[in-house]
Design a protein around this ligand. Structure first.
Ligand code: ADP
Ligand code: MG
Length: 272
């Protein structure tokens, strides 16, 4: 059963296939033969065309979905249901509009255990301070900008201090400046409280700035096309963005992503 599962991997996908069925019963192969091993406290980005199965990988790791074939493990144990060690951040903050900021952050605890301890509440305030919103504890989501709401979503995912953080295009709804700011914010949070992060993005720059490794996926069926090590030193700063290696790597990855068209495209056949 442990065949192929790496001992030091926190997250391990071993020969994973995922097939869905459309409403008229046609099978859709979302993932095929995906192998991926992610080490403790590693920051890994998934990048690839829309529909290549990035969100599916996050759902598999989170236990919201069980693969059609193959194994998904966290900490060496096969995933069979959602687990507490995992925090999830989606593209939209999905805050509850009728709750204040602080109550939104503690909501998952309240929902799960029926109450929020004093300790959790004070930790929620610490997180608010960390994301620079301590004066907004009693505001409601609609009083906050998109970037602020997304920060609250991140704070909410961090409340139970999860070992693993899964982020599905968390900054893609934000404007470019807020995006950069949020990336540096995330790096700071990650260095203060190290976690194993799987980060889905459409932005090559974002993936390069944040990651230790970038997983490039190809579409139809979703497969791992390449895994790229990012040798840029940490801490990464504004200067990292102007490092010549940064632009060279971004161009290489862009070329790679765009040379992998869906299988049915005859244009891409030659360089696949
Ligand atoms: P990505 O996040 O890379 O854009 P997804 O993981 O959301 O891609 O989806 C991968 C493929 O699986 C897509 O073709 C999508 O339409 C399909 N898919 C995802 N979830 C379902 C589902 N619940 N039912 C049917 N098809 C699905
Ligand atoms: Mg997606």
């Amino acid at each position: 059963m442990s065949r192929g599962i790496h001992d030091n991997a926190v997250i391990s996908l071993n020969q994973v296939d995922q097939t869905f069925h459309t409403h008229d019963g046609k099978p859709v192969t979302a993932l095929q033969g995906v192998n991926l091993n992610i080490k403790r406290h590693e920051f890994v980005s998934l990048i690839g065309p829309s529909g290549c199965g990035k969100s599916t990988i996050l759902r598999l790791v989170s236990g919201l979905l069980i693969p059609t074939a193959g194994q998904v493990s966290i900490f060496g144990l096969q995933v069979s249901e959602p687990r507490d060690e995992i925090g999830i951040v989606f593209q939209k903050a999905t805050l509850l509009p009728w709750l204040t900021v602080i109550d939104n952050i503690t909501f998952p605890m309240k929902h799960k255990y029926g109450r929020v301890t004093a300790e959790e509440r004070s930790r929620a305030f610490e997180l608010l301070e960390m994301i620079g919103l301590k004066d907004f504890a009693d505001r409601h989501p609609k009083e906050l900008s998109g970037g602020m709401q997304q920060r609250v979503g991140i704070a909410r995912s961090l409340l139970h201090d999860p070992e693993i953080l899964l982020m599905d295009e968390p900054f893609s709804a934000l404007d470019a400046l807020t995006r950069d700011e949020m990336s540096f914010e995330l790096l700071r949070i990650w260095s203060e409280r190290p976690k194993t992060v799987v980060f889905v993005t459409h932005s090559i720059q974002e993936a390069l700035l944040l990651s230790d490794r970038i997983v490039v996926m190809s579409a139809r069926p979703g497969q791992v096309a390449d895994i790229i090590d990012v040798p840029l030193e940490r801490p990464r700063t504004m200067e990292t963005l102007s490092d010549p290696r940064f632009n060279t790597m971004a161009n290489d990855i862009r070329r790679q992503v765009f040379s992998r068209k869906p299988e049915e495209s005859t244009i891409a056949r030659g360089d696949a």
